[in-house]
Design a protein around this ligand. Sequence first.
Ligand code: F6R
Length: 595
Amino acid sequence: MCGIIAAISRDDGLENAVISALERLEYRGYDSAGIAYLDRNQPVLCRIRATGRIENLKRKIAQRHIDGTIGIGHTRWATHGGVTEENAHPHACNGVAIVHNGIIENYQQLKERLKRNGYCFDSETDSEVIATLIAYNISDGLDFTGAFLKSIRELTGTYAIVAIHEKEPNTLLGAKNGSPMTVGLSPDGMNFYVASDAVALSSLAENIAYLEDGDCIIAENSDPAIAYKILDKSENEVVRQVVPNSISLKSVNKGGYETFMLKEIFEEAVVAAATYDGLDCNVDITKYGAISIIACGTSYYAGLLAKYFIEELAQIHVDVEVASEFRYRNPVLSPNSLYVFISQSGETIDTLCAMRLVKQRGYKTLALINVDGSSIAREADIVIKTASGIEIGVAATKTFIAQSLSMLMLCQKKEDIKMDQITSSINAVLNNCQQIANAAEKMKGSKGLVYIGRGISYPIALEGALKIKELAYISAEGYPAGEIKHGPIAIVDEDVYTISIAPYDKHFEKTISNTQEILARNGKILLITTKNSAGAVAGIVDHDNVDVLFLCDVEWPYQAFCMATAIHLLAYYTSKAKGHDVDKPRNLAKSVTVE
Ligand code: F6R
């Protein structure tokens, strides 16, 4: 959460580099954005900040000419303090400016101490204390680097921080603990960058290095070239491996689609095929007595779906847990279990910390990630990378497909998986998108939505409810269809839509009975089923309150994939129908690096 970029620019490209990086980082948070830089001719600190999208910041920047050599930028996902310009980064104090991603847990104590020393604060953020603390340590006689290193040692919490100081205009400093940070030089060596992820540097640096927790970076715009060094937590100089930046700009565009999310949903069949082709899963899960899957959000639902796959096909017990609960409840671990961590970004702090807990206790960890070089990828014992390509839309879509298929490939032999059924049924849904758009038009005014399903349709129901909540801002819940009579059915009336996910599988009759119970209470229904149920649904489809979406007849468990595509499109079109920004839904960010 929050995107940071910093640059030393020996040519005149500072503004372009920082702004283009911020645009690519906007998916990490879009409550406000800002930059600070030192003017090339007269090194005074200049700061420009704006609430809302980068567009607002760009409009402000257009009013002046930025001619700087060194600068920092930030996109904010608000944690401490509302969405105001005062709370926007960079924060500054006495010529020191910083941007920060993470949470400083002891900021109140530090703030009180600094106030007692006469310092004032302009914002409600935890981050401002960092700039003030550095300024205070400078006033105490330290140079910028010494003050920075001393200040970092006083912080508790998670952070990726970069700092500049107008009195030392050739120095750029950074530090990382818990939040990701990467560094790279431009191919001609004229520019040096620090950023919160490789995407930010996709057009700037071909090779990058990932910093480790406790690392600090000291970069100097010196002659004849930019020089930088990395210090580890004991302040010893270390070398971090330089790797190619695998993110290419080509993959960071909408490819002719109106939004990234629509493009990414329309890639779901291709991503499934690429996942299948690219993955040779040589993990033998049969040697484990049980499997624990730990993840958050949509990745958690991919884990829940995997439970149905693995228990049915491999007959191995599977637990699935939300990472933020797992890590704090002193879990009882077993040496016979395989611990699987699913995370698209590879940076979700709860999933990362849950994995560290398992590793500390000496057990085997497998990570299913989509981002090379991410923290989870670097720390897991076994890594499986999904072949989704970068996902920019804040809501996970194609990565859910890739995660779910990768998990299926852990328990079903590659040659036994009927990929043609998966891809053709997804494509059929995509070809039928207008019908889903029509259903969305009907649902957009609902006061609430209920998604129900049994078996593999239950995790899909949960995923559908999450997706429509985050995109269309309609209160929605996913339930096992058999559970609704235990309470949830009380909310059903003519203003509540139920999305009943009932492929023609062994649960079909029971889910239809539950659907009838809702219909009997005047609820409106969108029934998502498969074509081979046509005879069996005859009694329900003629009802005025029922719309039906027929998917292809495919074997268990391949329906999971086209059902996922259908509920992704449904959320997409409902959000569009309500006029929302589907790529950047309110209050969210793509990479969740705070607890
Ligand atoms: C929902 C969504 C989130 C993420 C969750 C975990 O559309 O995108 O619920 O799935 O934040 O993120 P990762 O997979 O990066 O760990």
